[in-house]
Design a protein around this ligand. Sequence first.
Ligand SMILES: [Zn+2]
Length: 73
Amino acid sequence: MPVNTEELLRILACPKCLGSLAALEENENTAGFACTACQVVFPVREDIPVMLVEEAIDLPTWNAQHSQAKERA
Ligand SMILES: [Zn+2]
């Protein structure tokens, strides 16, 4: 079952700051959820968002690995 990004964006919050997240899309799929306040990305693995601080990826690291991904406005 594909991730319903709009639904998830309503539910999910950054576990660090409880702020809202931005979906990062890659090849029409949601690849991760970014918190711009914390400068981290929570990856989506096998359609499941991994909302763990320990699993968060630094935004610059993410951008280096996912140059194709773009933030959904
Ligand atoms: Zn945050």
